[in-house]
Unconditional design. Structure first.
Length: 298
């Protein structure tokens, strides 16, 4: 039974349902891509990034991410109810109704499609594919350990979408594709670390993940390899986009943060996973946006 609550409390619970604070992971990379696309568009005689276009990119990102998280919480509500770590979430705990969660998810998906339509024909044509990926991710752990990689792809769509929204075409995609690869591997790598805390539950429940398939040590190794690819891909972005010292500093900071992240999560000590997941990865994205912004500005 869903507990009755005031409209303000319901809004707070809806925000908690989709973890709005986790926007810090993906949005900075989308904004960094928008900045790089702006420079590229101006170099080719285009309009570049305007305030209106920036607002639509923010709406598209927020709508897509909220729809994805809402759908994830809906389809996983029974699994979450059985897991002691997640049983207190809004749906299994009865703090929100299922219709409210569906309404938020549907409205968010519509907001994403509206923003894509407003940004131009190419973003609009690509929007159904994006929705298929970001919503489909939630089902993968039921049959494939590759769910982490699909999540990485889902978040990697953000910098790609920001680039296309500003340039208006699918040509000259070398820079955004390397940035997308970096984001995909970064997200997949830290999601593998985060999923380590659910490995016993997932194994018992018959769910699929890299820790279940390859064990704790194998998962840590694969996460490390994914983050090596992240740093390598950002290095390619640095060279191909002709970026300078500030971007190089951002790349060095990200490499250092990722090294530290893996140093504090060990096979025999998983107690600091939350810190590795929330704090350090928030620093990664914010540091990258700041350094790209300084590089482009200065």
């Amino acid at each position: 039974m869903t507990a009755p609550s005031s409209p303000l409390r319901t809004l707070q619970r809806l925000a908690s349902l989709v973890r709005l604070s986790h926007t810090v992971f993906g949005l900075p990379f989308a904004l960094a891509s928008a900045g790089l696309a702006h420079r590229s568009a101006l170099a080719h005689g285009g309009e570049g990034l305007t305030l209106a276009r920036l607002g639509l990119i923010l709406l598209a990102f927020t709508g897509a991410r909220t729809a994805a998280m809402g759908f994830n919480r809906i389809v996983d509500r029974r699994i979450d109810a059985d897991n002691p770590r997640t049983a207190g979430r809004e749906l299994p705990a009865g703090l929100l109704s299922l219709p409210a969660a569906w309404a938020l998810t549907a409205l968010s998906a519509l907001a994403f499609v509206f923003a894509a339509w407003s940004l131009g024909p190419v973003p609009l044509y690509l929007s159904p594919i994006c929705l298929l990926i970001i919503l489909g991710y939630s089902l993968f752990k039921r049959f494939s350990w590759s769910a982490h990689l699909v999540l990485g792809l889902a978040l990697a769509l953000a910098p790609g979408g920001a680039w296309v929204s500003i340039t208006g075409s699918l040509s000259d995609l070398t820079t955004p594709l390397w940035l997308m690869l970096a984001v995909a591997c970064w997200v997949a790598g830290f999601d593998v670390l985060y999923s380590l805390q659910d490995e016993p539950f997932d194994r018992a429940r018959g769910l699929h993940s890299i820790p279940v398939r390859f064990g704790v040590r194998g998962a840590l190794l694969l996460s490390g390899l994914l983050h090596l690819v992240t740093v390598a891909a950002l290095a390619v972005v640095h060279v191909h986009a002709g970026l300078g010292a500030w971007h190089g500093l951002g790349l060095a900071l990200i490499a250092a943060i990722l090294v530290y992240e893996h140093a504090i999560v060990r096979p025999t000590d998983l107690s600091r996973i939350d810190r590795a997941f929330f704090d350090l990865n928030g620093y990664v994205s914010l540091a990258y946006l700041a350094c790209v912004g300084l590089d482009l500005w200065l």
